[in-house]
Ligand binder design. Structure first.
Ligand code: HEC
Length: 158
């Protein structure tokens, strides 16, 4: 049982990510205080990132719906929509403003979705795809725990 739990945790990449994820509950901070790394962006740039994020959430929703129906071509299609082809939708000027670690994490999420698409097509195994999805969601969690977006012009009004 214990070994199963360890194997599952390893499979989901929890050990690998535990070291890098900044758990917001790990350090004691005043309620309402956000000490995540600030990405200082224009309102338009923020909108581009948040739109990409909502596409991620929508894609994850489509993937889980398709998994529930064991519709593996639809799982692959939804995963592929979140693959590397999505990267080109980010304007180069914005990309250059983002820290290297942020970009690398973002790229790796897109690469993972391409791999999930390939494996969903070839293996047609719901629980395999679900484990892969869980591992990639850990990267979403990790990035959200680390970064926040601020728009300086809006901040100045406070
Ligand atoms: C490389 C970093 C990174 C990764 C990876 C990432 N996000 Fe985000 N996401 C952000 C940032 C930064 C914000 C803005 C957070 C803030 O300012 O508080 C955000 C915001 C969001 C939002 C809010 C959108 C809105 O309109 O307000 C959603 C939903 C979201 N992300 C979903 C996801 C999902 C699902 C994944 C994984 C498939 C994911 N994100 C992966 C960085 C990331």
């Amino acid at each position: 049982m214990k070994y199963q739990a360890i194997a599952l945790a390893a499979l989901l990449g929890l050990y690998q990510n535990a070291a890098t994820a900044q758990d917001p509950h790990a350090h004691h901070q005043a309620p309402g205080h956000d000490d995540r790394v600030v990405l200082s962006l224009t309102p338009g740039e923020r909108a581009v990132i948040l739109e990409e994020m909502r596409m991620f959430l929508h894609g994850v929703q489509k993937m889980t719906g398709a998994m529930g129906k064991q519709d593996m071509p639809a799982v692959a299609g939804a995963a592929r929509d979140m693959g590397q082809k999505m990267v080109h939708e980010v304007p180069p000027a914005l990309r250059e403003k983002l820290p290297m670690a942020f970009r690398q994490l973002g790229f790796s999420v897109h690469r993972d979705f391409d791999q999930i698409a390939l494996d969903a097509d070839s293996m047609k195994d719901v629980s395999f795809s679900l484990n892969q999805l869980s591992a990639v969601l850990q990267k979403c969690v990790s990035c959200h725990a680390t970064y926040q977006i601020q728009v300086p012009a809006l901040n100045a009004r406070h």
